[in-house]
Design a protein around this ligand. Structure first.
Ligand code: ADP
Ligand code: ASP
Ligand code: MG
Length: 440
């Protein structure tokens, strides 16, 4: 069986929902994972923030604005009067609940409940639309099978058992629709797989099913060699290895949630990226196969904080690194990049929740400097570290204000730490040097 995931734009308009219907209506049994309609999760996050800051009037205004957009969608999409009544009353019930919770005290659990409504809405609306169009589809509630454990990792045993049970109970359906992004936590509360998490839902389901292929349908013709939001001349890459895709997703390529390939990599289940707006484009196929060497793509991740830790002694004392790492471990803060010299180490983190505690502990035995607003630019390709073209990269670094560099940690990745304010220029320069073969 195939698993197909459609992102926010793909279900964001009546025209695009019709495209999705045509893509999935090929007579093959499949699982279809849907995101919220584009803009909805952002709007729900804003509503939740208004509740957090006790801006109740503002929250109610945003809720009614969002409700209006859904009323228009349902009115235009569903013509069958029984289905229209059913869908409209479901939509109204969701917005009534949102209005009621606007007066509640804020908690992270409440925020999770609020942001979950986007996927609940899109899947009910879309599945009834398919029914109206005569497709044999049924809705599988993600909260009946998708769960994470106390480490926020997918509870694969639970997911596999429950997903397969639900499917076996509905053997006559051709298309199983479910919500991306949302899940239960280890205590049974509504939670989610973080922003962009519907991609991850699709591969978790793909692994649970032993799917033939997982397809991520979005609004672009595949994985591009650089970030198309910032660099004008980019192109789609036809093949990527799991390792390359994992590095690019982790280091900020927005097209994939950072964890997307993890569930399917070891099972060797291919992931195909496709464009809902241009289904005949080749897209990108991600497999274990290695297709070429050298720099294949560049991505950038913002929100990085650099920390320089200088030993109080002249040289790094024996056990210094161990002491430093233990502090980060104790505060459950992952380190992305690291470089060392004889008297200092520099490292980066992307989670600053426990930063002040970390700095207080480090300052007991070292001098500490913290710099925010950094970005990691990551160049990825199979074995790029050994590729004859890669040394050219070092000649161009004089044009780029690099604060730190990581080379050789993995043979597929070279990472540069830069100021976020230099990001767009750096991505564009690297694009020209690396892909347009401008002599360095
Ligand atoms: P969806 O809502 O379908 O999940 P996303 O917005 O999450 O879509 O991801 C698709 C977007 O990712 C593209 O429209 C593009 O702007 C952005 N993007 C960033 N980096 C890349 C890249 N390397 N290749 C393709 N798209 C990228
Ligand atoms: N709707 C969620 C988000 O906007 C999940 C997703 O689109 O993948 O982050
Ligand atoms: Mg996405």
């Amino acid at each position: 069986m195939f698993v197909l995931k459609f992102g926010g734009t793909s279900v964001g308009s009546i025209e695009n929902m019709t495209n999705v219907k045509n893509i999935i209506n090929d007579g093959q049994r499949k699982v279809v994972v849907l995101s919220a309609m584009s803009g909805t999760t952002n709007a729900l996050v804003t509503i939740s923030d208004c509740i957090k800051f006790k801006e109740i009037e503002n929250a109610l205004e945003q809720i009614s604005e969002l409700h209006n957009t859904y009323k228009v969608t349902v009115e235009k999409l569903i013509q069958n009067s029984t289905l229209k009544t059913e869908v409209a009353s479901y939509v109204n019930s969701i917005f009534d609940t949102l209005k009621a919770v606007a007066y509640d005290n804020y908690s992270p659990l409440l925020a999770n409940k609020i942001v979950a409504q986007g996927e609940l809405l899109s899947t009910v609306i879309f599945s009834r639309f398919l029914k109206q169009e005569g497709l044999n589809a049924c809705l599988l509630p993600a909260l009946d099978f998708m769960r994470v454990d106390k480490f926020n990792e997918p509870d694969n045993f639970y997911i596999r058992q429950n997903f397969n049970r639900l499917i076996n109970d509905l053997p006559e359906a051709d298309i199983y629709i479910t919500q991306g992004f949302i899940c239960l936590d280890a205590l049974g509360n509504i939670a989610n797989l973080q922003r962009g998490g519907s991609d991850y839902t699709a591969t978790i389901i793909g692994a649970a099913l032993g799917a033939e292929e997982v397809q991520i349908w979005t609004d672009i013709d595949g994985f591009h060699n650089n970030d198309p939001r910032f660099v004008p001349e980019t192109h789609a890459i036809s093949n990527l290895s799991f390792d390359e895709a994992a590095e690019l997703a982790y280091f900020g390529a927005k097209i994939l949630h950072p964890q997307t390939v993890m569930p399917v990599r070891d099972l060797d289940i291919p992931v195909r990226l496709k464009n809902t707006l241009s289904p005949s484009s080749h897209g990108t196929l991600i497999t274990n196969a290695i297709h070429s060497e050298g720099i294949k793509a560049i991505a950038a991740k913002d929100g990085i904080t650099a920390i320089k830790i200088k030993s109080a002694r002249m040289l790094l004392a024996h056990g210094f690194l161990k002491k430093v790492f233990e502090i980060f471990e104790k505060h459950e803060t992952a380190i992305d990049m690291i470089t060392t010299s004889e008297i200092a180490i520099s490292l980066t983190i992307d989670e600053t929740k426990n930063l002040s505690e970390i700095v207080t502990e480090l300052e007991k035995f070292a001098k500490v400097e913290v710099d925010g607003y950094r970005s990691i630019v990551c160049l990825v390709g199979n074995h790029i570290v050994y590729h004859p073209d890669t040394p050219k990269l070092f000649q161009i670094l004089q044009d780029v204000n690099v604060r730190m560099i990581s080379y050789g940690g993995s043979s597929n990745n070279i990472s540069l730490l830069i100021n976020t304010s230099d990001k767009i220029e750096t991505l564009r320069k690297l694009n020209r040097y690396v892909f347009d073969l401008v002599p360095a």
